[in-house]
Ligand binder design. Sequence first.
Ligand SMILES: [Mn+2]
Length: 372
Amino acid sequence: MSVERSPLQRARELLDLHQLDCLLITDPDNRFYVSGYLADDHGSYESSGVLLVGKSDAFLLTSPNNTAWAAEKAPDFNVKAWTRPWEATAAAIIEEQGWQSIGFEAESMTVASRQRLDERLDGQTFTPIGASLDRCRWVKTEGEIERIASTFEITDAALLEVLGRLEPAMTERHVSKLIAAAFLRLGADGEAFPTIVAAGPNAARPHHLAGDRPIQEGEPVIIDMGAKLHGYCADLTRTIVLGEADERFRTIYDTVLRAQQAALGAVRTGVPANEVDEAASSVIVDGGLGDFIIHGVGHGLGIRVHDGPSVNKRSTDPLEARQVITIEPGVYIPDWGGVRIEDVVVVQDRGHLNLTTAPKEHLVIDIGGSKR
Ligand SMILES: [Mn+2]
């Protein structure tokens, strides 16, 4: 039986690795990951909390309004109400604990925060820890995998529900709003990102924002959606056609689907991520569509919808067990549209566990009575 290390234990391992006395955690996603305290931050100028993690003591600093809530969510932390600015409270704790070498997150610590700490401290060294804490998030605990799986139950059910209600001439935005409403009805906290509904030529842009275009029969429609629940994201893409799909769509769809199956088949512990990308892209290249690949096959997913590891031709890092990654090959043809098919899998020693259950074969939606 393997003993799973908690996020807090993993954060503490970084103290030894970087020879630090404490970590000052300012990134909101890492704060949630390490402490369990999930709160909305309104921007780098208005944090909802920061962590100070030492070898034996760990502190969560937050506004006096939030301390009771934070203490409930972060039982391993000594929760302290901050006095503004929070750097004054952080500096006082650092002094009190006698911490000399402090690791910080350069991506989220503002220059102003850094200066305010400097003004209040004397002689301590501050060392950026790079992405080392972000990287801890790449490999999930069993509890995290369960939470991600529940976001997929909602996401997959919402897709099926909305596909059953699609009609020609509905706008992209209308469909996007139906999906958001279905998420809430099914118990999600909200959307992990604004749902992409890209019809016809708009489907040639991977991150098209749902707009006013009415969906027309026979054109490709990319729907990219994900519920958010308890701080974790889902990410699901399907490409559908309302009414009848023509030969061109069927050929392209079939190629992308075979590419996805090849990539899924390549996933397992120890395989360099770029080999998974290559498994998909070689199928697309063989199908004569190589010029229309514009992104890597996948990315990590969890607290952030786009997280590590990247799964593209530049990422040579071997996949690790319990990483959660998307497998989403796509082709994008200007003026015509595109096809993308996305599932999310847990990397396992002998393959993968697919968290996505939404169908992906024959996604041509019969429009029944409304079809002329
Ligand atoms: Mn994705």
